[in-house]
Structure formats: structure tokens, C-alpha cells
Design a protein around this ligand. Structure first.
Ligand SMILES: NC(=O)c1ccc[n+]([C@@H]2O[C@H](COP(=O)([O-])OP(=O)(O)OC[C@H]3O[C@@H](n4cnc5c(N)ncnc54)[C@H](O)[C@@H]3O)[C@@H](O)[C@H]2O)c1
Length: 330
């Protein structure tokens, strides 16, 4: 089987690439190497799999690579990934995430190639902040119907304050489903190969900063809650989706799934700092930050039998080990 992965040298992309290469599949990567660390991920993959090929392609060039390579399956992960950058440069964010995804999804559709896309919980926008919450000692939590269950896929994406990133990813999310692809609305993913920066990949960023003995600033009061999902769990789901699409499973085409750790894998920023032995500094809240987000992953369990297995402590210890092993790169 030939699999084409856009953003294949980023955090998520390089992890799934490794899995497919271990299985002996033919993997074609399209990554412009713009993410810090993507060249390290390429180097590491090449050490084990000398034949791995990356088209150093801009998102706009990906459709022509698809036409040339005619893969059996496409994973589309390449994106402008930071909310903060989308606020500073919304045009570039739109071109990569909205326009870029449209062309990739349309080309895949025209050629009859199944496509799987990584969307985000940011598509729910500020609507999430209208859910009643309660304040506990170290965290906020949803109160009422979403408490301990989380936000389901049917939650409204309408209304306001998505941030440019939330908007551009939502455009991609809608088009991918229109073209019959599968959409994954990811919560906070973390794991090996994640070169976290202040703008994105906060769990990895906190661990790296701590290792380097540098300050960590929390924007807001630190009681914000997120559900963490470890990359190996995500990859298991993405591979199940690929198999279902290739098998022609009627329950999966055009579907959207929440991908997160769910309530059992929630942590507040303050709680994570405590686990890591970090004493943070504090800054102003970021625009449209969600005070609480955790998702309901019941649909992925019902349709594909998937649920996250790697708990927060185990995941953090695996990521910690990887950061230590790669300390020369930070
Ligand atoms: N990491 C998370 O917690 C998270 C959460 C929600 C959604 N997502 C989504 O998951 C996907 C993967 O995220 P990630 O954390 O692996 O990000 P990442 O930045 O590690 O990987 C993205 C890759 O895409 C490449 N890329 C960026 N712009 C490109 C362009 N214009 N043309 C070609 N390649 C380009 C980068 O070099 C990078 O290797 C993204 O679509 C992101 O929006 C991630």
C-alpha cells in the first residue's frame, strides 16, 4: 500500500510515518520542513528507513504530488498550527489551512482516494466558554450536562470568536467531510517527536523549558483544563480509520470524531506544573482561550472500538524520556 502524508515530518506525521514504515508500507511525505525539529524527525527516520522520501513540498504543490504518486490513502496533517500566529498573520493561516486543505481534499476526491484530516477542538470556538463551569481549588470544570462527559461532536461550531486558526481549520473540516473524508477534532496531543514551542505543543514545551532551566509563563490563572491524548493512542485511531475507509465501511465516510483523552485524562496547567516540579510565572489571558475543554470520545469507541489507553503520568514519563534523549536539539 502507498500512503501519502502531508506534514509527515511534524509531530503527528512523523509518528504515524514510523508506524507505516515498520509495517513495510510505502510512505510518501509532503512537508516543507517549516516546523522547527522537522529536519531532526527526518534524520531519525532516515537512520532506520533509508528509503523514506520527502517531497519538500509547499501545501500548494501537494495536489500535483497526489496526481503523480496516486497513493491508496492520504493523511493530511500539514498546517499552520498556532492560534497566536494566526492572529498575527491571518492571510497566511487561511491560505495554508483553508485553501490548502480544500485543494488537497478536492484532488483526493477527484481521484477517489480516501483522506483523513486532523482538525481541532478550536472549531468549537468561544461557544465552549458559554458552557457553565465551576471553579475548584486547582482547576475549572464543566458544570451540568457536560460535566465529566465532555463536548460531543454535535456541539455547535456556530457563533463567534473562533480565532483565525479555529476558522481556517473549520473550513478544512467542513470541506473534508463534504468530499467524503474523515475528520478528527483533536484535543491536546503530546508525545515523542514533538518540538513544543511557546505557541504550540504546550506539554512538550513545559518539559523542554524545565529541562533547560528556563521560565514558564502561564497565560491566565492556570486553572484551565485540557484533556491530553498520547500520540500512540491517536495513531492507533488514525490507522483504524484508514483501514475502515479502505474496507469501504459505510459508517465512516464523511464522519467527524473527537480525539482526546476525555475526562479521565484531564489536567489543569497548574496541576501539570506541580507534576513537573515547575513554579510558573503568570501573564494575561490569551484571546478566546477555553477555560475548560475536554471532549467526549464515545463516538470513536462506538464506531471504531477506540479509546485512549495511555494515562497522563505514563505519557508524560515517555515524553520526558524522549526530551532527555534529544536534549542537544533544544
Ligand atoms: N498537536 C496538537 O495538539 C494538535 C491539536 C489539534 C489539532 N492539531 C492538528 O494536527 C496536525 C498536526 O499537528 P502537529 O502537532 O503534528 O504539528 P507540527 O507542526 O508538528 O506538524 C505540521 C507539519 O506540517 C509542515 N508544514 C507546515 N506548513 C506547511 C506548508 N505550508 N506546506 C507543507 N508543509 C507544511 C511542518 O513543517 C510540520 O512538519 C495539524 O493539522 C494541527 O492543526 C494538532
Amino acid at each position: 500500500m502507498k500512503v501519502l502524508i502531508t506534514g509527515g515530518l511534524g509531530f503527528l506525521g512523523s509518528n504515524i510515518t514510523r508506524k507505516f514504515l515498520e509495517r513495510g508500507e510505502n510512505v510518501i511525505l509532503c512537508d516543507n520542513l517549516s516546523r522547527r525539529g522537522s529536519e531532526v524527525n527526518l534524520e531519525n527516520l532516515k537512520k532506520e528507513f533509508s528509503t523514506v522520501t520527502n517531497y519538500e513540498a509547499e501545501i500548494n504543490d501537494v495536489p500535483s504530488v497526489i496526481v503523480r504518486e496516486k497513493p491508496d490513502l492520504i493523511y493530511h496533517f500539514a498546517a499552520q498550527v498556532a492560534v497566536t500566529k494566526s492572529v498575527i498573520s491571518p492571510v497566511s493561516d487561511f491560505k495554508i489551512n483553508a485553501e490548502g486543505t480544500f485543494h488537497v481534499a478536492r484532488t483526493a476526491y477527484d481521484l477517489g482516494i480516501p483522506l483523513i484530516y486532523s482538525s481541532t477542538n478550536k472549531v468549537f470556538g468561544d461557544n465552549v466558554n458559554d458552557v457553565p463551569i465551576k471553579e475548584l481549588e486547582t482547576r475549572y470544570d464543566f458544570d451540568g450536562e457536560f460535566g465529566q462527559k465532555g463536548i460531543h461532536e454535535g456541539f455547535s461550531v456556530d457563533a463567534k470568536n473562533h480565532t483565525p486558526y479555529g476558522c481556517s481549520k473549520l473550513v478544512g473540516d467542513i470541506y473534508v467531510r463534504e468530499f467524503g473524508g474523515v475528520v478528527n477534532r483533536c484535543s491536546c496531543m503530546y508525545g515523542k517527536n514533538q518540538f513544543g514551542i511557546i505557541d504550540q505543543g504546550w506539554v512538550s514545551y513545559f518539559i523542554i523549558q524545565k529541562m533547560l532551566g528556563k521560565d514558564i509563563t502561564i497565560f491566565g490563572d492556570g486553572k484551565q483544563v485540557r484533556d491530553l491524548v498520547y500520540s500512540d493512542d491517536v495513531i492507533e485511531l488514525l490507522m483504524l480509520e484508514g483501514k475502515a475507509l479502505l474496507d469501504g465501511d459505510p459508517d465512516i465516510k464523511g464522519e467527524v470524531f473527537n480525539v482526546g483523552g476525555g475526562f479521565n485524562n484531564t489536567v489543569s496547567l497548574l496541576e501539570l506544573c506541580k507534576k513537573l516540579g515547575i513554579t510558573p510565572k503568570f501573564g494575561d489571558w490569551r484571546p478566546s482561550d477555553q477555560k475548560v475543554f475536554y471532549c467526549d470520545v464515545a463516538k470513536a469507541k462506538r464506531v471504531l472500538g477506540w479509546e485512549p489507553k495511555i494515562g497522563v503520568d505514563e505519557g508524560i514519563s515517555r515524553l520526558h524520556k524522549w526530551v532527555e534523549e534529544h536534549k542537544d536539539h533544544f
